[in-house]
Design a protein around this ligand. Structure first.
Ligand code: ATP
Length: 401
């Protein structure tokens, strides 16, 4: 369990509470196209309101790179959040984020009211954890609450700098839930513990592979990264995605698995095509071949049917499953079969199932299995760093209990 002060451990009645949320939602022509991050923030906001705090919300949105960009204003978030929360979330428009407008808005707040500051990345210091902006943010509040798991792996003003300057710093419910799920899975999993890694490149997940091998009982590899492992086994992989510089690393990982007595499962068959689909959802003709029989002119783009069954079988007996990265080019329906099969096997098991954010979370939701998982992380990068065994600066900065 997380030993950090949470919103249940602090008194906020009559106090100004700055709450860092992750409102980095996708926008299309000013409309929010996926509001999962807004609904995920509601429990903490409601708790702070119910306890009589003056609730000042802040977040970044996209990458305005230190200057006000109207298309990246948080104004649409304040509007939608008001509807979801059932009370007004006043938007403190201010190009300096904490400028005269925001200060006046905070000054006028009554207990239980909520305001939202402008995009924290309108300020150039934000991503550099600069002192001036951290001080500005700290000057607005008596208590700081961090509920933004999505940026917990970064040390920025609005999650780390301000936490160090505020009189009291706690974590919100979402942050707590993320850390409890991921932390329990990795550090005290109910066994057998099966980890599934996919996605594009081995290089992106070097430390995750190594760390998870130590913690899990079975490590399953799929997606683009599988072909570097297959090449390391001496197989022909055709024109599949391969990271030639990481072949020795894959050999090391296979040796490590053997030494530790862990199962490392690689695709036994693979779905191949002439080339990467272009456009990505193009109708392409595919066939399935054993993994040691990929023709030199073909590209592996998904796990094969036997592999999907093998992986599903491995998941069946698991008590804990962590999954990061799709099994194939799931954006194309013809190449989504492996990812669907794995998602289905997770949906069908009684095990605790945790999806590590990013593309895998998108895939699971898009394929309609979202509500069947125990936990879908809201932070791709943060959950990956967590799975690597790293401390997250955004979490470390909160006060211990
Ligand atoms: P995030 O890092 O955001 O959590 P992720 O870890 O879920 O995402 P990535 O490593 O970003 O996944 O990789 C996902 C991408 O990998 C998808 O766009 C998918 O099309 C691609 N991919 C999967 N299998 C293959 C393959 N065999 N060849 C090429 N690309 C592939």
């Amino acid at each position: 369990m997380l030993n950090k002060k949470s919103v249940d451990d602090i008194q906020v009645k009559g106090k100004r509470v700055l709450c860092r949320c992750d409102f980095n939602v996708p926008l299309k022509e000013g409309q929010i196209t996926d509001e999962n991050r807004l609904t995920a923030a509601l429990p903490t906001i409601k708790k702070l309101v119910a306890d009589g705090g003056k609730v000042i919300l802040c977040s970044h949105l996209g990458k305005p790179k230190g200057e006000p960009k109207p298309e990246l204003s948080l104004a649409p978030v304040a509007k939608r959040l008001s509807e979801l929360l059932g009370q007004e979330v006043k938007f403190a428009a201010d190009p300096e984020v904490v400028g005269p407008n925001a200060k006046a808005a905070v000054e006028a707040m009554k207990d239980g009211e909520v305001i939202l500051l402008e995009n924290t990345r309108y300020r150039g210091e934000e991503t550099k954890n600069g002192e001036a902006f951290s001080k500005d943010l700290a000057s607005l509040c008596d208590v700081f609450v961090n509920d933004a798991f999505g940026t917990a792996h970064r040390a920025h003003c609005s999650n780390v700098g301000v936490a160090e300057l505020a009189a009291e710093a706690a974590v919100g419910y979402l942050m707590q839930k993320e850390i409890d799920f991921l932390g329990n899975a990795v550090n005290s999993p109910e066994r057998p513990f099966v980890a599934i890694l996919g996605g594009a490149k081995v290089a992106d997940k070097l430390n995750v592979i190594s760390n998870l091998l130590e913690k899990c009982d079975t490590l399953i590899i799929g997606g683009g990264m599988a072909y570097t492992f297959l090449k390391a086994k001496g197989y022909e992989v055709g024109t599949s995605l391969v990271d030639d510089e990481k072949i020795d690393y894959c050999k090391e990982m296979m040796a490590k698995a053997e030494k530790l007595g862990k199962k490392l499962l690689l695709p036994v068959d693979t779905t191949i095509a002439d080339a990467f689909p272009n456009p990505i959802d193009a109708e392409i003709s595919v066939s399935v071949v054993p993994s040691d029989a990929i023709p030199a002119n073909k590209m592996g783009l998904d796990i094969g049917t036997k592999t999907a069954a093998l992986y599903a079988e491995a998941v069946k007996s698991a008590k804990t499953v962590v999954w990061n990265g799709p099994m194939g080019v799931f954006e194309n329906p013809i190449l989504a079969k492996g990812t669907i099969a794995v998602a289905k096997s997770l949906a069908d098991t009684d095990a605790t199932t945790i999806i590590g954010g990013g593309d895998s979370a998108a895939a699971v939701n898009q394929l309609g299995f979202g509500d069947k998982m125990s936990h879908i992380s809201t932070g791709g990068g943060a959950s990956l760093e967590f799975l690597e065994g790293k401390d997250l600066p955004g979490v470390v900065a909160a006060n211990d209990k």
